[in-house]
Design a protein around this ligand. Structure first.
Ligand SMILES: CC(C)(CO)[C@@H](O)C(=O)NCCC(=O)O
Ligand code: NA
Length: 601
């Protein structure tokens, strides 16, 4: 595709795209002018804790469903087959555990975790790159427009606007994906034809039960490692925690978690089917002519390929290219708006308030708005970083989730499940966990053996099975069969294990250091702040033995006991005069240190 071949947006396309931005701004404006007019931090950062489960659940799925998933997952399926789809197995436990373990604890406390700044960059860059590739629309113009539009409605309308724009944007996202699938299936000649081609092309993967932890996608990495990934996203991530707490009641929060399950499965299915349809439509054809010469010369990523295929399919359907681009931008907006708002909250709670205790509410709200805005601008800088990396966006995003989310998950688990953990142990554990996960994550980048694969070779090798391709097969087999050794083996740990690996590292090191420096004593642990997981697991043991092992929460209510429901649960039950906040025996110090580190990445 030389520049003259560039697809052009029709007027309808521009209108659809403009409607998306205008509607999002409208929702922001509405929430700036209605309700309490965003004059308190309670409203700006917590949506007045007035939300019902439907918007919260759609917003939950919107947070981590960005253009990265919409482009990256089809690219993954196109290149490697449907194995990735099995991550859907992880959604069961990945949402049940947050609903029944994390939400009850979160609902008693006020807590914050942290978020990845770099990830925002990937999110805002991806759709701009697509738009640029398709229409020649100025890349940085699109990045600026997205970043600024999002900053504006987030700053105006607070979390209410973020959640309600999520609802609208999720609908646009589904519509765009559906449009691509319907058109693609039609052009290929019907669903059965698509099925025949992907079947013959070997894209339907059987469940891979290989236990090797360096194998990128297997049932174990996706179904088990994926649970930890999901827990770091849906259990302890700041953006999601804020959504749970914005719900009217704890029950409503749990319900929203359940409702997120089918939408998340639907979203995964749409992305995977889109990858299959593209494979059926394009694999086996020589499409080098339609790809831009610049990217043809060297490393054309599979992500870019998805964009060209989609736009090629949708050509001649006025409005649909616009809808697809709107779908990408919706996905991106709903993710970065969550990031802006949650980063503003973390910074406010952990960095600003502790240092400026006597702030008026009006001032605190103003500062929060300023923070939301600054993170919006920081995001633009991060987009530039993404521009400099030429890697699969899906891998980058999921690696970041694991590298940063895993240690945070470990920290929470340490505090919630292990009564012995003390602040020193928590600090050391978190530090060591982060160091280990960055070590393996960065090591893997420099030791890339499974980076961008020769896409068309894989595609054709899959379709043809004559002698000419068996050479390709042998070459590929040799490539994957030569097992790395020593440190290289550590670096080739599947990125799907990052969350689990760093979570366990934090817990293990945290416990060892806690025991060395003097574990917390039973009577020092705030009643009700420990989820009695060992008590529950070891329920067959006699009571005195359990006490000895410190498996029971001393005195006071345990989390399974009836608890105070009033005030949306943010206030901890204070039956016996203790006014501690959950995990607060060490979280504030650790978090402050961590946030400082995180936000300055
Ligand atoms: C995070 C999961 C695995 C959750 O389903 C999925 O949404 C995904 O692959 N997301 C990619 C990251 C992103 O969309 O930004
Ligand atoms: Na999103």
């Amino acid at each position: 595709m030389d520049p003259s071949d560039q697809k052009h947006f029709t007027a309808v396309d521009y209108v659809i795209f403009a409607v998306l931005l205008a509607a999002s701004m409208g929702i922001g404006l509405y929430h700036a002018l209605s309700g309490g007019r965003q004059r308190t931090t309670q409203e700006f950062l917590m949506a007045d804790r007035s939300m019902s489960c439907l918007p919260v659940s759609l917003s939950l799925i919107a947070s981590f469903q960005s253009a990265v998933a919409i482009i990256g997952v089809p690219a993954e399926i196109y290149t490697h087959g449907t194995q990735y789809w099995f991550i859907g197995c992880a959604y069961f436990l990945g949402l049940l555990i947050p609903a029944h373990v994390f939400i009850p604890v979160l609902y008693k406390l006020r807590l914050s975790s942290t978020y990845e700044v770099v990830y925002m960059g990937v999110c805002v860059y991806t759709p701009a790159f697509a738009l640029n590739a398709v229409t020649g629309f100025e890349l940085w113009g699109a990045v600026l427009a997205t970043g600024l539009a999002c900053t504006l409605y987030t700053t105006m309308g607070g979390l209410k606007a973020v959640i309600w724009t999520d609802v609208f944007q999720t609908a646009v996202m589904f519509a765009g994906q559906l449009a691509v699938i319907v058109v693609g299936v039609n052009q290929t000649g019907g669903a059965s034809e698509v099925w025949r081609k992907v079947w013959e092309g070997n894209r339907i993967s059987a469940l891979n039960l290989n236990p090797d932890p360096t194998e990128r996608h297997t049932f174990w990495t996706l179904g088990v490692g994926g649970v930890f990934l999901m827990l770091s996203l849906y259990g302890v991530n700041q953006a999601q925690v804020q959504r749970y707490l914005s719900a009217r009641t704890e029950k409503e929060a749990v319900r929203s978690c359940y409702m997120a399950f089918p939408s998340l499965q639907l979203s995964l299915a749409l992305s995977c089917v889109m990858g299959l349809v593209m494979f059926a439509r394009y694999c086996g054809e020589d499409h080098s002519a339609m790809l831009p010469t610049s990217s043809n010369q060297m490393n054309l990523t599979s992500d870019a390929m998805v964009i060209y295929f989609v736009m090629d399919m949708l050509e001649g359907f006025p409005g649909l290219p616009g809808l697809f681009v709107a779908c990408l931008f919706s996905a991106a907006l709903s993710t970065i708006s969550s990031a802006f708002n949650s980063l503003a909250t973390v910074t406010m709670e952990d960095l600003v308030k502790p240092h400026v205790p006597a702030m008026t509410e009006a001032r605190a709200t103003l500062v929060s708005k300023a923070l939301a805005m600054s993170y919006g601008l920081l995001c633009l800088a991060m987009a530039y970083l993404t521009h400099l990396m030429d890697v699969s966006v899906l891998n980058v995003a999921l690696k970041l989730f694991g590298m940063v989310g895993g240690p945070v998950l470990g920290l929470f688990c340490l505090g919630m499940f292990f009564p012995w953990a003390n602040p020193t142990g928590a600090m050391a554990g978190l530090g060591a966990g982060l160091a280990l996960s960055f070590w393996v994550g960065i090591g893997s980048i420099f030791n890339r053996s499974s980076g961008a694969r020769p896409l068309s070779a894989g595609c054709r090798a899959a379709l043809l099975s004559d002698n000419s391709t068996s050479a390709v097969h042998t070459a590929l087999d040799n490539l994957t069969l030569s097992k790395p050794s020593g440190l290289n083996r550590f670096y080739s740990l599947s990125y799907m294990w990052y969350s689990a690996f760093s979570c366990f590292a934090v817990i293990l090191i945290g416990l060892i250091i806690s025991f060395l420096t003097g574990p917390m004593k039973e009577e020092d642990v705030t009643p009700g702040t420990i989820y009695p997981v060992f008590g529950k697991l070891l329920c067959f043991l006699p009571e005195h033995l359990k006490k000895k092992l410190c498996c029971v929460t001393p005195r006071g209510p345990t989390l399974s006991a009836p608890r105070c429901k009033e005030g949306n649960g943010l206030v901890l039950a204070q039956e016996d005069g203790t006014s501690h906040e959950e995990l607060d025996r060490f979280l504030p110090e650790v978090q402050a240190a961590f946030v400082e580190h995180e936000t300055t990445v």
